[in-house]
Write a protein that binds this ligand. Structure first.
Ligand code: ADP
Ligand code: MG
Length: 345
């Protein structure tokens, strides 16, 4: 190995810049991903997630900056000598090959002997629960099964870092949610570092050990899901991850999550120490597990509060137009930095 291995770091990006014409797709990215981590890049379409993955994989060269994998500078190395593998959304399976051949293809190219290959393919099949389907062709599989083949095909190479670009994007919601849990379990089991790209905030929250929220080629915040959700650093992050209520009070900009707001009747007392503001219910949306109330508070802002539907159905009816009060614990109102996605910075 060239150079000293930085303790516990699978990936390190320093000052990465990449432009296409005058589009700046990566605008000075610094990032460290630890070994064995499930790390997610989350951001809206066009925020630079795929570009960053392609730079890490070596399909693109940065205009400037440095990329280290396992402590080794790989900035100018081609993809085939980097310890990475990529899983794309469209899977890109070979249609004329069986499941087993698809999975074993990379090992064959590397010249791994047949018996070794069989053993490793067998293990990979078991891991993604496709035993018994090894002789099928991709077109004889469901979307979820094809996704598993794509994953097995990447993992079987035992890369240091597995790069996944919206791999569940083509699946329907139910299957996607199942695969999220499964992927996470597989990752824990094999211990490979995952760098996972998604634009789906819930997916990022569900799967990640840590996540980076991206906008306009920049990283806005890095942290574990709880931290990013509970303590967003700016308005962009607050708004992109979940519904956030923004309030301007006494020169401060505060954010409060809908589930932290308590909806009170006009004359219903609040717990001591709570902040309370009166308003009018503008809209009530029943969403099965919860009901979402939009309340225009007298101060001017429109806030969303959610209530779990624990009571008998019908309790939420007749709320529109009613005067209510919203209460929250001051601990749950976070002070925001100004967003850095706009003109400034
Ligand atoms: P994401 O994956 O977050 O949707 P991308 O990394 O694909 O974002 O794109 C980031 C920005 O760079 C977008 O504005 C996109 O149009 C631009 N871009 C990406 N790849 C190319 C390319 N090969 N040529 C020109 N512009 C590109
Ligand atoms: Mg993309």
């Amino acid at each position: 190995m060239i150079g000293a291995r930085r303790e516990g770091l699978a990936l390190r990006l320093q000052g990465i810049r990449k432009s296409y014409g005058h589009v700046v797709a990566a605008d000075g990215i610094d990032l460290e991903v630890r070994e064995g981590e499930f790390f997610t890049l989350l951001g809206p379409s066009g925020s630079g997630k795929t570009t960053l993955l392609r730079l890490i994989a070596g399909f693109e060269r940065p205009d400037s900056g440095r990329i280290e994998l396992g402590g080794r500078d790989v900035t100018t190395l081609p993809p085939n000598v980097r310890e990475t593998n990529t899983v794309f959304q469209d899977y890109a399976l070979f249609p004329h090959m069986s499941v087993a051949e698809n999975i074993g293809y990379g090992l064959k190219v590397k010249g791994i002997p047949r018996s070794r290959r069989r053993e490793r393919v067998g293990r990979a099949l078991k891991m993604v629960r496709l035993e018994g389907l090894e002789n099928r062709r991709p077109n004889q599989l469901s979307g979820g099964q094809r996704q598993r083949v794509a994953l097995a095909r990447a993992v079987v190479n035992e890369p240091e870092v597995l790069l996944l670009d919206e791999p569940l994007g083509a699946l329907d919601l139910k299957l996607r949610q199942e695969m999220q849990i499964e992927l996470k379990n597989i990752q824990k089991e094999v211990g490979i570092t995952f760098v996972y790209v998604t634009h789906d905030q819930e997916e990022a929250l569900t799967m990640s050990d840590r996540m980076a929220v991206m906008a306009s080629g920049r990283i806005q915040q890095v942290g574990p899901p709880i931290e990013v959700y509970e303590r967003p650093v700016n308005e962009f992050v607050a708004g992109f991850i979940g519904i956030s209520n923004v309030l301007d009070r006494d020169g401060w900009r505060l954010v409060i999550r809908p589930e932290k707001l308590i909806l009170l009747e006009e004359d219903e007392p609040a717990e001591p120490g709570m902040s309370v503001e009166p308003g009018v219910v503008e809209q009530v949306v029943y969403v099965g597990m919860i009901t979402r109330f939009t309340v225009r508070i007298d101060h001017g802002e429109s806030l969303v509060a959610v209530r779990q539907n624990m009571d008998a159905p019908g309790r939420t009816q007749g709320f529109e137009g009613r005067r209510v009060r919203l209460a929250w614990s001051p601990d749950h109102a976070y002070v925001l930095e100004r967003a850095t996605t706009g003109e400034e910075k």
